[in-house]
Each structure stands twice: as C-alpha cells, then as structure tokens.
Write a protein of this length. Structure first.
Length: 286
C-alpha cells in the first residue's frame, strides 16, 4: 500500500476514534474545562496525530494510550459527581476577589491577576466602578462573576410590582426554507395553519430562512432577502384594542340608556371587562 494512502486511511480512522472519544467525554466549552480536562484534551489530540502519522510504530498502541486517557478522564468525572472533595481537589474552589466593594489584594495575588486584568473582566460584566460591585468571585473555570449593589442592579418587573405572563420556548417551524413538522406538532399547529399565516403576508415557505412561533401562536419570519420588510404580527395588539373598544362601548351604552336596569347591567359588564383586560394586559403587552 502506498505510504500516502496508508496515512490517509489512518487519519480517517483517527478522526472517527477522536469523534467517538470526545462524545464520550461530553460537552464543555474551553472556558469550562478544568486543568486536568484541558491537559486531557491536548493529550488526546497529540495521540490522534500519533495514530495518523507515526508509520514506524503500530497504530493500535496509540489507540490503547488514547483509550486509557479517556477511561481515566471518565472515571475522574464520575468521582467528581459523587464527591465534593474530589471536585474541589480536581477543579479547585472559587476565589473571592471583591467583597462589599473592597478588592481583596491577597486573593488577587494568589490567583496571579493584575489590577488591569481584574478591571478588564469587570468591564466585561458592565461593572466600570469597583464601588458598584457588592461581590465578585473567580470561578474554577477562570470566569469572574459579579453581583452589583442593590441600587445598581437593573430594574425588573418584580421590583416594580408588575405581573408578567410566563414565557414559553418559541418553536422553530421553518428552517432553510423547509417546514419542521415536529415543532409544529409540539405546539398543536399544522402545515395548513402555517400556510394560511404565510399567505397573509404574501410569503412562500421557500423564501423563509427562519420561522418561529411564540407561545401565543404568532409567527415571526426572517427572509433570505433582507431588503424585504415583513410586518410584525399584530394579533395581541388588535385583541387588546378590540377589548378596550368593547369596554368603551359598554360605558357609552350605560350613559345613553334611560333604563336603570340596563344602565346597571352595562356598568356591571364594563367593570367585569375592565378586570379581564387588567388580567390580560401583561400577556397582550409583551
């Protein structure tokens, strides 16, 4: 067999083995790797290159070494799941860098972080003043997480006492011009409904790069042609406007009628509708 062909075949085999081994090790971003996992990743890559290119040694020796590294890594991950002490030993513990708005210089020195590096990491978290930070900790992955003082935390609906509706995951129903049947079925919709919604805007499925349906059954589409402007769904706004019009009509009928019973009925219905609108407002104003 020609040498170039043997190298090509061994490389393809190494790619397949590497893919299987990395799938076994699970999903982690580079910033989430522990020191041991980082070393394991480098070593596995080196062993894969050895299997591909070292023509003087038997290829299965590299496979044995690769299997041992993966087995040890899996064993350590399993032990980490079972024991916090092992997690702390392998991954390390988080280090507090700022507490009560004060920088802990000894901990910075321990982690070998300069003031410039600390400020850079804080700016990435939108913390431009150390005094605004209540608490900052360096995680074992190396990432720095920040807790702002209460007066510098962003306002939420809870702070303002505003009730909002729960949000559900939007479903992608069109991708690359193709209809996705499973997400449609998940939210109880059909291709017929989707076709009807697209016809309202004069768009064909083939022209849609991405289509999503939110928890309220509204379809949002992104087209291949970015020059075409697609109007956003107005179902919730139209429903809210209709309810407000009904409320105003009931009030007007109550004012216009001379019958006391009818006036009382209109006022009662108007108050009930007003309560309903108040309850639905968080969902209709998203």
């Amino acid at each position: 067999m020609p040498q170039w062909l043997e190298i090509a075949l061994r490389t393809l085999m190494a790619v397949g083995i590497l893919f299987v081994m990395t799938k076994l090790l699970g999903k982690r971003q580079v910033t989430q790797l522990s020191v041991f996992e980082y070393i394991t990743g480098i070593t596995i890559g080196s062993l894969a290159a050895y299997i591909s290119l070292d023509m003087e040694a038997d290829w299965y020796l590299g496979l044995v070494a690769l299997s041992v590294w993966v087995a040890v890594s899996l064993a350590i991950e399993f032990l980490q799941l079972k024991s916090k002490k092992i997690r702390d030993f392998v991954d390390g513990k988080g280090t507090i860098l700022i507490k009560d708005g004060k920088i802990l210089e000894d901990n910075l020195l321990k982690e070998r972080i300069s003031t410039d590096e600390l400020m850079e990491q804080l700016r990435r978290k939108n913390a431009f003043k150390v005094a605004d930070v209540e608490f900052a900790i360096m995680e074992p992955s190396g990432e720095i997480n920040v807790l702002f003082n209460r007066e510098h935390q962003p306002l939420t609906s809870k702070h303002l006492g505003i009730q909002v509706a729960p949000e559900q995951e939007p479903q992608i129903v069109i991708m690359d011009g193709n209809v996705m049947d499973e997400p449609l079925a998940t939210i109880g919709l059909s291709r017929g409904w989707l076709s009807a919604e697209l016809e309202k805007t004069g768009i064909t499925v083939e022209n849609v790069y991405l289509g999503q349906v939110d928890a309220y059954g509204q379809l949002y589409v992104d087209l291949y042609d970015d020059q075409i402007k697609v109007p956003e769904p107005q179902k919730k706004a139209a429903l809210f406007a209709t309810l407000k019009k009904c409320e105003a009509d009931l009030e007007m009928f109550g004012i216009a009628t001379d019958s006391k019973e009818a006036k009382k009925m209109y006022e009662k219905c108007s108050k009930q509708l007003q309560t309903l609108i108040s309850d639905l407002k968080p969902m209709l104003h998203r």
